[in-house]
Design a protein around this ligand. Sequence first.
Ligand SMILES: CC(C)(COP(=O)(O)OP(=O)(O)OC[C@H]1O[C@@H](n2cnc3c(N)ncnc32)[C@H](O)[C@@H]1OP(=O)(O)O)[C@@H](O)C(=O)NCCC(=O)NCCS
Length: 395
Amino acid sequence: MGQKLEEVVVVDVVRTAFGRAGEKGLFWKTRADDLVIPLLKALLERNPKVTVDMIEDNIWGATNQIGEQGGTLGRMVSMLADWGHEVPGCSVDRMCAGGLTAVSFGVTHIAAGMADCLIAGGVEHMGHLPMGYMRNPHPRAIEAMGGESALNMGMTAENIHLRFPEFTKEMADQYAVQCQQKADKAINAGKMKDMIIPVEVELEDGTRMVADKDQPPRPSTNMEGLATLKTPFRENGNVTAGNASGLNDGACAVLLMNESRARELDLKPKMRWVASAVAAVDPTIMGIAPVPATEKVLKKAGLSMDDMDIIEMNEAFAVQALYCLDRLGLKWDDPRVNRWGGAIAYGHPLASSGPRLVAFLAGLFKEKPEARYGLTTMCVGRGQGYSVIWENLQH
Ligand SMILES: CC(C)(COP(=O)(O)OP(=O)(O)OC[C@H]1O[C@@H](n2cnc3c(N)ncnc32)[C@H](O)[C@@H]1OP(=O)(O)O)[C@@H](O)C(=O)NCCC(=O)NCCS
């Protein structure tokens, strides 16, 4: 049975603002599922030709699938959005790439003809469900992964500094400053407005507000300030709160569709899926994994790094981004990379970050209609990398 694959497009992508995890965070009194529901509603409001009965699946990435992120969140949220009982859904976990995996799984469902239209996304409330919360690793897990540091992401970043000392703390700090500056410029230019769906929240002190701006960016970041920060993962180490992504809450959702169906409905798709690839590496230096994942996805697509006009790389830590850029043949300040800044500024609510890269790429494609191909890529705890190539349709 030689079945032809369908072309798959991103029709729309929306996210919540990202908050700092914890009591001072925007979403301290908001549940993870209550971050997802407004996104589902917004996708249909923004695309009135798409109706609930067309949504054939709702695939959500979440790392900690317990508490408010448990119980098959992907199925529950459509009912909580008052979409009735007929929208199926599921949840997937590939830690930081949970959302990007959900998007790729959604793509394959549509490409294989299992669905014409679905929603895929990622959510993480690191304030309510911190990293590692209620996890029970196998007694042989540490041995199998090659050392205790594999369980602590900050230590895996310190390991990259140790193993590849050409990437210094000064370079990591410089990268972080650049990231904050790019984010500040993009935010002030209104680049986040189209993708952020305002959510009404209650704060710790009982006041209510509309969360419509990212909380983590620190535009005043400078080299002098960064030099004074503690290195919490290793004594006299290199990784600090300033050159790492933070602990955050947020959600991001992508509306995917069969391209022919989208054209029939006269929708204006933003980008077309080209190829996805996942690769795995030594978990104690998990941050290097976007390199093999990207090499693999480029091979699948028959393209090279030179063909990538826009690159969205999740910066879990500055050092791993520096390593990956270098090994992929890019300069640390290549203008194609994270033009609007990255996770060091905006934050990294684990599973929501992959779809956030998709949102940024869609926005950047619009801004740069001459761009043809774009890459979204990220590293994953336990030593994985996930890369997806997209083609711009916003000419
Ligand atoms: C690094 C980490 C431990 C810091 O956590 P934290 O201590 O709660 O972070 P904070 O935001 O409170 O920052 C710590 C200090 O650095 C300061 N700081 C943070 N960013 C700064 C910046 N850009 N410039 C100047 N100071 C900064 C804060 O003001 C704070 O100072 P204070 O202690 O005087 O209040 C945490 O963000 C972390 O674990 N990050 C990695 C997350 C991760 O592993 N994700 C998965 C990736 S695979």
